[in-house]
Design a protein around this ligand. Sequence first.
Ligand code: SF4
Length: 265
Amino acid sequence: MFTELKQKNEELMKKEMKERVDRVKSFPPTIGIALNRTCNVSCVFCLVGNKNNDMIDWNHLQRMESIFPYLKNVTLSGEEVLLHPDIWEIFEYFSRHGIYVNFFTNGKLLTEEVSKRLVELDIGEMHCSFHGATVATYNSIVKGADFDTIVRQLLYLKKLRIKSSKTIGRLPGPALSFHYVAMRRNIEELPKFLELAAHLGAKSVLVKYMMVFEHNRGLDTYKRSVRRLLSCDMAEKVEILIDGNNTYDLAELMNSYLGCLSQMV
Ligand code: SF4
């Protein structure tokens, strides 16, 4: 039932786009929701901190319920999404409506029980912040998390997905993507990290520059940084597909990053 609704909605949306209508009747097939502003770790480059308890209540989100049956994708972001008190209700709801769910996490809360529930619900994709390939580097950047523990948890999730695939005939979600913020202390570890990511069953690694902000003068510094970065010949971010063809020359990529990083404030 949902598949047909989504299909018809998408066809209507394409028609409306083509005809450039002023008022659309189709519903958005993709939405992003920033669920909360709380994290359970402190990355050295991140301004989030862990003291902000702002979050969107599931009861408020349900005011949009009329558009949910038309949705194909939802991205649940914020900071640590798994800290949201209604997260399982939200996951279950979207999963029941045949919606591909993307969510952001640092992996710290990925206990065996959490992994089992994610696989049972066949949640679409997990975007995991991970910024180093060794204990020393990772632990020095992601304060409050432990490299070995997260790796062990991610390996458990991988094994669980493979085990379930034998029953259901395909690899269930959540697919794994990593987000790696490149900075001086971890850029040299990028090749090693790609090996680790492949070992953990990741499908891609998104590498981003670290952007420098200054306390109370964030925007000015940001503009200066952006101006400098714009003079670099690298894109702001690069996605390396693990299970596809990697068209980037890694040495060249790292040199470009180092070049850009040296121009940062
Ligand atoms: S895991 Fe993400 S939100 Fe949490 S401190 Fe690190 S970068 Fe910030």
